[in-house]
Every structure is written in structure tokens, then in C-alpha cells.
Design a protein around this ligand. Sequence first.
Ligand code: FES
Length: 83
Amino acid sequence: MLSVVICVGSSCHVRGSDAVAATFERLIAEGGLADQVELVGAFCMDACSMGVSVRVGEKVYRGVTPEGAETFFQDEVLSRLPA
Ligand code: FES
């Protein structure tokens, strides 16, 4: 199970973490990935100035945007799943 953790701290919330989470949820549902990807929320990851912070596995990405969420998911989440 790959964990995808979205920061829902106040700064990331203002920058659209809800929209990022909604996009990830949709892509997980559409792809039938619920048994492979665990989506969870977490509080501040100490990168507040850079946009929405997302951790995939052990790696933290900063500056994820609602507009870029689908591309991010494809590039950084789907690519890590077993084929
Ligand atoms: S609120 Fe998200 S990194 Fe600080």
C-alpha cells in the first residue's frame, strides 16, 4: 500500500489542499486503486510557503497546486505502483 499524505494545515488549506485531495480521490476511484493507494491527511509539514505539501511514501513534495494535481498524481503516484 502506497501512502499519499496531503497536508491540511492552514497554509496548505488556503492554497487548495481540499481540491488536491478531491482530485486524488477521484483518480483513485476512477483507477480502481483503493487497495493500492491510501490517501490520508496530515498537519503542517514545515513547507508552508510553497503551496500544498504532499508526501508520497517517504518523499515530501512541495508546491502541489489544484491545477497540477492530476499531473502530479500520474507522475509521482501512478509511476510508483506495480504495473
Ligand atoms: S500548512 Fe502545509 S506545510 Fe505547513
